[in-house]
Ligand binder design. Structure first.
Ligand code: RP5
Length: 160
């Protein structure tokens, strides 16, 4: 199975981004995490991105706050799917959301909600599951459990 790369602009993003790693681990998806910044380490960021496909990655998750150019810069350097997580560090994260989502046509970043690390991981798993039947079955099982857990919450608040 292909690996997922989780790239964050700063280690200050880790408390949010770590939630994506937890989910990938739950699904048995191999991942690598790195701190590469579009602004502070552009050379390393570009090099990782340029070699990502040949190094066995299938999806890149990129998280950054403020002037969040990281996901877009990564998307510019690869045709792998890039999932952007806007991090809330200023202005409620709206700055990062707009910086991440407003990409020119042809260079998409699949942007999740502000601090939406969990859904970034689920989306990455769904992409990899397109070519992995076992992973697709795990996703189906997760959905069934999610439904059961939610119905249980309904029963609990109604004392049933
Ligand atoms: C962005 O600037 C990072 O992704 C982080 O969200 C924000 C602040 O970075 P630090 O100053 O905490 O390193 O590049």
């Amino acid at each position: 199975m292909k690996k997922v790369a989780i790239i964050m602009g700063s280690d200050s993003d880790l408390p949010v981004v770590g939630k994506a790693a937890d989910i990938l681990q739950d699904f048995g998806v191999e991942y690598e995490m790195h701190v590469y910044s579009a602004h502070r380490t552009p050379v390393e960021c570009r090099e990782f991105t340029a070699n990502a496909r040949k190094n066995g990655f299938g999806v890149i998750i990129a998280a950054a706050g403020m002037a969040a150019h990281l996901a877009g810069a990564i998307a510019a350097g690869t045709t792998l799917p890039v999932i952007g997580i806007p991090i809330n560090s200023q202005l409620g994260g709206i700055d990062a959301l707009l910086s991440t989502v407003q990409m020119p046509s042809g260079i998409p970043v699949a942007t999740v909600a502000i601090d939406g690390a969990k859904n970034a991981a689920f989306l990455a798993v769904e992409i990899l599951a397109l070519s992995d039947e076992t992973l697709a079955e795990k996703l189906e099982a997760y959905r069934v459990k999610n439904t059961e857990d939610t119905l249980k919450k309904d029963r609990n608040i109604n004392n049933k």
